[in-house]
Design a protein. Structure first.
Length: 304
């Protein structure tokens, strides 16, 4: 798929969503009663153009956003974005599309639960461990946590995906938050039903009971020191399909670049993360558990 076609596809989908979003929210915004006059000037770039620029960066062509914006958006794609503002101004405009982008992810990009769900978490370091005491951008926000790859100073991304490799929900926490934390699953489990497959790090009777009350069966492997128990052949096979969620984490880190140490503000870190999740939804090489298995469209809301 050519670059021009992909940018056009992204813009058309996002722009159609923004039209519906603005129409639904017209007249429902809270008024400022402080009496202070504020300028409400429209930016040169529309919200859909800003969102398109943010998402396309995560398709793996560029490794540095500033270089991507200056030489690709304002250079190669100048005819597509003739009113592109300066780089510093664009960084200021990113935060204004936060709510639109979050609604777009949940209503138009993320998939829905199919009864087969995989869950996992991955560390997102914000700096090297040796520099964690000198980091000023995330001081008081990032935490120290230990994962399978060792200690990390930063955050932890909890993901839930279906058997088609589509992200269903995500939660961002500190690196020291346990995978079995019930508060994490209060968010992840809102859209889930059926069976939830996880690794041995999620073994917890308390978590099993918490999910079972909502009609969700937690299926995990057994530790070496645990008594053996009968497990259906289907559950054993689906546990082996957990490579799906691990592949998604790998694609988010190595292709969508959710991990780097160049963040200069917390808001830019958040925008980089959610735009990477949105870009993944348009990847053509998403992993699947069952090849040749087809179900109905899994979009949360048909807007297009």
């Amino acid at each position: 798929m050519t670059t021009d076609y992909k940018v056009t596809e992204l813009f058309c989908v996002i722009d159609e969503f923004c039209k519906h979003f603005n129409a639904e929210n017209a007249g429902n915004l809270l008024e400022d009663n402080s009496g202070v006059k504020r300028r409400r000037c429209q930016a040169s770039l529309s919200d859909s153009e800003i969102m398109t620029i943010l998402l396309y960066f995560h398709f793996g062509t560029f490794r540095n956003f500033k270089h991507y914006y200056l030489f690709f958006i304002k250079g190669t794609m100048k005819s597509y974005f003739p009113k592109a503002v300066s780089y510093n101004r664009f960084v200021e405009l990113e935060s204004r599309v936060f709510f639109q982008l979050m609604f777009f992810l949940n209503l138009g990009a993320f998939g829905r639960c199919t009864g087969i769900t995989f869950v996992d978490s991955t560390m997102i370091p914000v700096c090297h461990n040796l520099r964690r005491y000198a980091n000023k951008v995330f001081k008081g926000i990032a935490t120290d946590g230990k994962g399978t790859m060792g200690w990390c100073h930063g955050f932890k991304l909890h993901l839930a995906c279906n058997d088609r490799g589509e992200i269903i929900a995500f939660v961002l926490t500190g690196a020291n938050v346990s995978d079995k934390n019930p508060n994490v699953f209060k968010v992840l489990a809102k859209r889930l039903y059926g069976k939830l497959f996880a690794d041995k790090g999620y073994i917890s009777q308390k978590l099993f009971d918490f999910l079972f009350e909502d009609g969700i069966q937690l299926v995990t492997g057994l530790r070496v020191n645990m008594k053996n128990k009968l497990m259906s052949f289907y559950d054993r096979m689906m546990l082996r399909k957990r490579y799906i969620i691990e592949t998604i984490n790998d694609m988010l880190k190595n292709t969508a670049q959710i991990v780097h140490s160049r963040h200069r503000s917390v808001s830019n870190f958040i925008m980089n993360l959610i735009s990477a999740l949105g870009a993944y939804c348009f990847f053509d090489n998403k992993p699947k558990a069952l090849q040749g298995y087809c179900i109905e469209d899994t979009k949360q809301l048909s807007l297009f």
